[in-house]
Design a protein around this ligand. Structure first.
Ligand code: FES
Ligand SMILES: [Fe+2]
Length: 425
């Protein structure tokens, strides 16, 4: 339970708020790079700020305040040039550093004028890694962008999936340190949705939470498992400040504003040895719906089920009315740590997990349960004998709505069809 004041403090993300200041000290994934294969400019809202994300004709990404510094026109209707984004109203041209580099009529009327040099459009750095675009919206100098070890893996098939979630980001992130919900929300609720009533899935016997440099790990033992299980020896990772890492994939809950969240997920699926023609992974991106035609939430897929929990807690969960139990130790740890981190940032310190050494950022290791599932390349017959991979040929279990051309691209990359037979197209 939190007081109303503390609940506000931990959920509000706008400029100048304590949590907003803290979150601005990290790089956040904000889009898939491939979204810019077919467009140049995208209106985005992040941390309560209206912005425009663009890729200019030289391939440089920029993230600028949405309103033109001239007379405030909407730059998401602008168009890109070799360098920078041009406002569609009077043609001012702004580069990725927020500098005005052309003021068409003024440049003619006052060729020696210096007004241009004084214009500063709010601008944030953007970097592309593993098919994702990351932005940093905090004070300079920016910390290093961590290249998590899975981003360096090769010979895989990568999918980036986005969804728009109409609730506050923090209740989504609390879900990243909540092992017991897997048993009920994903396992047992799925059993009931299939029309079965029993048996329920193995119960959790014990859970543990530990802090490490880049977040928390949670570990669990369920009925039928013992202390040698990788879910107990390694577990899963709640990443600072708004990520979740589960071996094959990352999930981030990026605050759009206090009442909306961009869910952005990155999946790596190892391909069989026979598929290793190219060293670089194929990257596909898609947007996943979360609502059915009748207005109810989609409940069939793992992350859709999570989303039902998040939005069900209310637009901003009222934590004055909750009752935390033994399963919620990780939730309490995250909250306590965030309050300490907000104080540390206010005192001028770097928050947890900040990397300032470029060498250290190049490949940042994470706790990985069952690393062989992702890193050990095996022949196709061995690959398909693993139930997890075999299921992947049939369906994408995390998000509803995978486009048919992407499941087809996956089967083609693996070389097998939905039934595990040679792919014929
Ligand atoms: S408002 Fe953008 S150039 Fe005039
Ligand atoms: Fe979940």
């Amino acid at each position: 339970m939190l007081s109303e004041a503390k609940n506000k403090q931990i959920t509000q993300v706008g400029p100048g708020t304590p949590m907003g200041q803290y979150l601005r000290r990290y790089w956040h994934p904000i889009a898939a790079a491939s979204e810019f294969d077919n467009k140049e400019v995208k209106a985005v809202r992040l941390l309560g700020e209206n912005l425009v994300l663009y890729k200019d004709m030289s391939g440089t990404y920029g993230l600028l305040d949405r309103h033109c510094p001239h007379r405030r026109a909407d730059l998401s209707y602008g168009f890109v040039e070799k360098v920078g984004l041009r406002c569609n109203y009077h043609g001012w041209l702004i580069n990725e550093k927020g500098r005005c580099i052309e003021q068409p009529y003024d440049d003619t009327a006052n060729p020696n004028g210096t007004m241009k040099e004084k214009v500063r459009q709010p601008a944030y750095p953007v970097r592309e890694v593993a098919g994702l675009l990351f932005a940093y919206m905090g004070p300079q100098p920016a910390p290093e962008l961590p290249i998590w070890e899975p981003f360096t893996w090769k010979h895989g098939f990568i999918e980036i999936v986005t969804s728009d979630i109409p609730c506050n980001w923090f209740q989504c992130q609390e879900n990243s340190c909540d092992p017991v919900h897997f048993e009920w929300m994903h396992d047992n609720w799925s059993i009931r949705q299939r029309g079965d009533t029993t048996p329920y899935s193995p119960a959790h016997l014990k859970v543990a939470f530990d802090e490490f440099e880049h977040g928390f790990t949670y570990r669990r033992v369920r009925e039928g498992q013992n202390d040698d299980s990788p879910m107990w020896t390694t577990g899963r990772v709640a990443l600072w400040p708004n990520g979740f890492y589960l071996g094959s994939h990352f999930e981030w809950r990026v605050p759009v504003d206090d009442e909306n969240t961009l869910s952005i997920t990155w999946f790596f699926t190892k391909l069989p040895a026979e598929s290793q023609k190219n060293s670089l992974p194929e990257i596909h991106a898609w947007h996943a719906p979360i609502k059915q035609a009748d207005g109810r939430w989609i409940t069939s897929h793992i992350i859709n089920q999570d989303i039902v929990a998040w939005v069900g807690q209310g637009v901003v969960s009222d934590r004055t009315k909750e009752n935390l139990g033994a399963s919620d130790r990780g939730i309490a740890m995250i909250r306590n740590r965030f309050f300490e981190e907000m104080d540390a940032v206010a005192a001028g310190k770097d928050p947890k997990g900040t990397i300032r050494d470029p060498e250290a950022a190049k490949c940042v290791p994470l706790p990985i349960a069952e690393p062989q599932l992702y890193k050990t390349i095996v022949p196709r017959d061995e690959w398909v004998s693993n139930g997890y991979f075999k299921r992947r040929l049939k369906e994408f279990p995390w998000h509803y709505g995978q486009p048919p051309e992407i499941i087809d691209a996956f089967r083609k990359a693996v070389g097998l069809d939905a039934d595990g037979q040679p792919y014929k197209g």
